[in-house]
Design a protein around this ligand. Structure first.
Ligand SMILES: Cc1cc2nc3c(=O)[nH]c(=O)nc-3n(C[C@H](O)[C@H](O)[C@H](O)COP(=O)(O)OP(=O)(O)OC[C@H]3O[C@@H](n4cnc5c(N)ncnc54)[C@H](O)[C@@H]3O)c2cc1C
Length: 431
């Protein structure tokens, strides 16, 4: 019996035929060639932070943590090439040392660069795209073991689709990222009535570089977060206060509240008032320290991108559904925004997008709630996050993406024998 692999949330497990680690693209290409010739499967896990079985395999699991670090810095063009196994956390530090930064990031930085772009990982930002939209080039080992380098000017058709390939087109070994000069962000966290947020949503999004909010179910309140570029001096949360508010309150204390709620669900509406929604605070820090926080409380998550203009009505519909069905929820509903991009399977492809994310504490039943959310959002053209729980298959997904059929043709070209397929890619793209 092989070693068991499981994802961060613990809802997906795999017993691969083998788990190997490589530090050179050529080693990886050789493993793929051999597996292909024997008709075996290969999967590259990132940091296992997808809630979907995207990285699961009963074939060969090949870790590329060793293909990590900065390979090249093109300062004139603000382009940095990195090993695809670099974690975002490591990347942020490396970029900072070069006086550079990612223009935008998600909530955490545990993911690998390749894992994050492959599932269309995003943060929030009026004029900014998700991570795949920040790529300018990449290197890919296809399903036969052939290596392709591609960019906006070379092998452009491969580049177009391989940025968000959900692991189905091959293994990415290097990524060239468009970066910006290092910058600071002023974070302002202010509780607001949810209705006021929704009534003024365009103004809130348009007047901030990065706006997001967390609605606390069973309350009228939302915690709003505005992050704006600043040249003011740094004034980070002091280490102890920062640890208490970011790590303790948002993780340990929150975890304790969730645990009580899991044991005594009827207390959840009362406990909701103890969630970290109250109190305003302001601090300034390096951008990457503001974007990402530790996440020590484990949960299950579903997130859908919808055209931004549908957000207020869609969220009200979810709110009504929760009340009607009597769901007791002890996790905030997170709402973020991004600019449209040009990546065919990006959840924001050609759409200014609002993202609605719902969470359920680890160990609690989530399926009926997530299915109901999916149902409510059906009329809003929802594109599910490729790395977060959803129940859609290829037939449902195809009409949501104008270039879905072209993506499938690229898959036939790059992975004709499905070396990189697993039960997830079979579900979302077909056999
Ligand atoms: C606590 C938490 C917070 C999160 N916050 C956010 C957020 O703020 N925004 C957001 O959008 N998402 C968020 N996510 C989702 C997460 O960003 C994605 O699921 C991401 O794909 C995880 O990256 P990973 O490195 O763990 O990849 P994995 O989950 O391990 O893999 C994801 C997919 O990428 C493929 N892959 C990995 N490496 C390669 C490679 N080298 N070549 C080809 N394919 C590859 C895998 O095979 C798999 O198909 C969060 C998840 C968690 C658990």
């Amino acid at each position: 019996m092989g070693k068991t692999w499981k994802n961060w949330a613990g809802n997906e497990k795999a017993v691969p035929l083998s788990i190997r680690a490589v530090s050179e693209p050529q080693q990886l290409a050789e493993i793929v060639r051999q597996a292909h010739s024997r008709g075996e499967k290969v999967k590259i896990p990132g940091s296992g932070h997808s809630f979907t079985p995207a990285a699961v395999t009963n074939g060969h699991m090949v870790r590329i943590d060793g293909i990590s670090g900065i390979i090249d810095v093109d300062r004139n063009n603000h382009l940095v090439t990195v090993g695809a196994g670099t974690t975002l956390h490591h990347l942020n530090k490396l970029l900072h040392a070069e006086g550079l930064a990612m223009a935008n990031l998600g909530d955490i930085a545990y993911q690998t660069v390749a894992g994050a772009v492959s599932t269309s990982t995003h943060g929030t930002g009026r004029d900014l795209t998700g991570l795949a939209g920040q790529l300018e080039g990449l290197t890919l080992v296809d399903g036969t073991g052939q290596i392709h380098t591609c960019s906006r000017t070379k092998n452009t058709d491969i580049f177009e689709f391989a940025r968000v390939g959900v692991g189905a087109l091959g293994a990415i070994t290097e990524c060239t990222i468009r970066v910006v000069d290092a910058f600071s962000l002023k974070a302002q966290e202010v509780p607001m009535k949810l209705n006021d947020v929704l009534d003024n949503i365009d103004e809130l999004v348009n007047s901030n570089d990065h706006f997001e909010f967390f609605w606390i179910p069973h309350t009228k309140w939302a915690l709003t977060k505005r992050n704006n570029r600043t040249t003011e001096p740094l004034s980070p949360l002091p280490p102890i206060r920062g640890w208490i508010s970011k790590t303790f309150m948002e993780n340990y204390a929150f975890g304790a509240v969730c645990k009580v709620g899991r044991r005594f669900p009827s207390l959840i509406p009362k406990l909701a008032t103890a969630l970290p929604s109250s109190g305003s605070r302001e601090y300034i820090d390096h951008s990457y320290k503001i974007f990402a926080s530790p996440r020590l409380v484990h949960f299950y998550e579903m997130e859908n991108a919808i055209p931004a203009e549908f957000l207020p009505q869609a969220l009200k519909d979810i709110q009504q559904m929760i009340e009607r069905k009597g769901y007791l929820l002890n996790f905030p509903v997170e709402v973020r925004f991004t600019a449209p991009d040009d990546v065919p399977l990006s959840t924001a492809y050609q759409r200014r997008s609002a993202y609605i994310a719902v969470h359920v504490y680890q160990g609690m039943e989530y399926e009926s709630f997530f299915r109901d959310v999916e149902n409510v959002l059906r009329e809003y053209q929802p594109r599910p996050h490729w790395g977060k729980i959803h129940y859609k298959d290829a037939d449902v997904l195809a009409p949501l993406y104008p270039k879905f059929e072209e993506f499938l043709r690229m898959r036939d070209r790059l992975d004709p024998d499905r070396t990189f397929s697993n039960r997830y890619t079979e579900k979302v793209f077909g056999k």
